[in-house]
Design a protein around this ligand. Structure first.
Ligand code: SER
Length: 354
């Protein structure tokens, strides 16, 4: 296990602060599911949340404290350090890929500087408590950049170190932050006279497109999948912004939560990488539409591809190889494509809209 040097006196160290889990971007799709799942675990420390928007009322009962604020606000982050002992950080706050293309520099600030700020907070925390801080980071299939559709079709599932040439600001930001996580964990201030470990224990997963039955994503480019399903459940027509043959990997939201929590619990010495692919199933837009129509026969789905967003999804791989996550920390999704629709998405969504 990593040991962290501390400059604090033993008296300072004994001041008791409340031990918590910090979730940034908690009001997003993944945050909602994660908060509820952590609440069910009696051994998990209480959760505090940080989001630029106020936490939805229905999630409030599951958290100890919710802070409305910006991850770019260093004073706010300093206050968190002095008030809490942060055991684990789930750093979910980010601008997704479509939003990021409209505001690339703002995306860079939130996605990269925001992550640096949280990594720095983790270093400070680890020093104060003389114990590592787990930093759990959702990266994305967007870190990949397939050169053309022919290559995308030919190579199938890509492994973690292949095709890392993202074409989006979001993908570039995520890929760079993966490297930052590895740097903070293994090489932080390596030239300092008294070299010491940062105490940051960074662990990342590269998510495929996520589909939730209860929440809608905002500003992503894989959004056509959940939008198709939610529109059908509401009895509304849907116009897909990608071609019917467009393919990429997906996962049901409960499996995304499972991946974050399982990786957070994995023994450090079993991890051979800083970031792992995780996935469940790959479908074309047309295959998603067919499944949606099986459950909602009146669904009206048409295709009106938009050049820019089409190009982005075309640059993402058709599938990702998650065999290293399976081998290292026992990753396995609970929902394959059949179960995702029949057991989770459709029954939950029907409840939601009736
Ligand atoms: N779902 C994300 C997006 O569309 C990709 O990780 O931006």
């Amino acid at each position: 296990m990593m040991m962290i040097q501390s400059d604090l006196t033993s008296q300072e160290q004994t001041v008791t602060r409340k031990k918590v889990i910090l979730i940034t971007g908690a009001n997003g799709e993944v945050g909602h599911g994660l908060i509820k799942q952590l609440y069910k675990d009696p051994s998990a420390p209480p959760v505090i949340t940080l989001d630029i928007r106020g936490l939805d009322e229905d999630i409030m009962p599951y958290v100890d404290s919710s802070i409305v604020g910006d991850i770019l606000d260093n004073d706010l982050l300093d206050n968190l350090t002095s008030e809490y002992e942060i055991d684990t950080i789930f750093h979910l706050a980010a601008l997704l890929s479509t939003h990021s293309e409209y505001r690339p520099e703002a995306a860079h600030r939130v996605n990269v500087q925001g992550t640096v700020n949280l990594l720095h907070l983790a270093v400070e925390q680890a020093r104060c408590r003389d114990h590592p801080v787990k930093f759990i980071y959702p990266s994305s299939v967007a870190v990949y950049g397939m050169p053309d559709l022919e290559t995308k079709a030919r190579v199938g599932a890509v492994r973690e170190n292949d095709f890392l040439e993202p074409i989006t600001m979001y993908g570039c930001n995520k890929l760079y932050c993966e490297h930052l996580g590895r740097y903070y964990t293994f090489h932080y201030r390596q030239l300092a006279p008294k070299a010491q470990e940062s105490g940051v224990d960074f662990r990342g997963v590269r998510f495929p497109g996520l589909i939730s039955a209860t929440t809608m994503p905002s500003g992503g480019t894989s959004d056509y999948a959940p939008e198709m399903l939610h529109a059908a459940a509401k009895g509304e027509p849907y116009e897909s912004f990608v071609r019917p043959d467009t393919i990429m990997p997906f996962m049901a939201m409960p499996d995304a939560i499972k991946a974050l929590l399982t990786l957070a619990d994995a023994p450090r010495d079993q991890l051979t990488r800083s970031v792992y692919n995780v996935t469940s199933f790959s479908l074309t837009a047309e295959q998603i539409a067919e499944r949606v129509k099986t459950f909602f026969p009146n669904a009206q789905i048409s295709y009106e591809p938009t050049h820019g967003r089409q190009k982005i999804v075309d640059s993402w791989p058709a599938a990702i190889d998650d065999s290293t996550a399976r081998a290292d920390w026992g990753w396995q999704p609970d929902y394959d494509v059949e179960q995702a629709f029949a057991d989770y998405l459709v029954p939950t969504i029907k409840q939601q809209y009736t």
